[in-house]
Design a binder for this molecule. Sequence first.
Ligand code: COA
Length: 168
Amino acid sequence: MARGSAPGLRPFLPADARALATLFRTSVEELTAEDYSDDQRAAWTSAADDAAGFADRLAAGLTLVALVDGRIAGFAALRDNSLFDMLYVRPDLVRQGVGSALADAIEKLAAGRGAKLLTVEASDSARDFFAARGYVPQSRNTIMLGGEWLGNTTMTKELAAAATGGPH
Ligand SMILES: CC(C)(COP(=O)(O)OP(=O)(O)OC[C@H]1O[C@@H](n2cnc3c(N)ncnc32)[C@H](O)[C@@H]1OP(=O)(O)O)[C@@H](O)C(=O)NCCC(=O)NCCS
């Protein structure tokens, strides 16, 4: 994808679940190694070991898939119209705007459904990405995941009121 051309986006389909689990594992393994140890990353990716549970998590909220050259390039999930639950980009496509395109769409959809505030438990590897989008750190957390302690940061962003699309 040429830098600057936006990826295609579409809603998650149940048939995507396996591909997204693989992308999730690859993204964590390759993109977060500076911030998390091998054991911590293994604990993080173990969330996809239960394939049915992972598919249910993707289907439970609003999940969007980004496509570049017809292939899945990343995905993002919004839970309860308030929590940015997941955002993962394929390692070979980082810093090309895929994460931004997904986050733009999630934020617009949430605002359109009435959300005023979005919260994310940002990984240390994604903190700068969210900060660059206007998310403000609220608290530092240490969470137990798969038998390992992992640090993350709760960040929030106030959403602008959605356009109503018609005159009043
Ligand atoms: C975080 C992540 C989703 C960003 O996706 P991306 O497609 O690379 O993001 P974009 O190309 O849209 O980046 C937009 C801006 O965010 C900032 N940014 C993104 N990644 C960054 C990084 N690693 N370090 C510093 N700033 C970063 C930059 O300002 C960037 O703009 P620039 O490239 O013009 O400087 C991706 O790196 C990822 O999947 N990380 C691993 C998984 C993870 O931690 N997910 C979040 C769980 S909460």
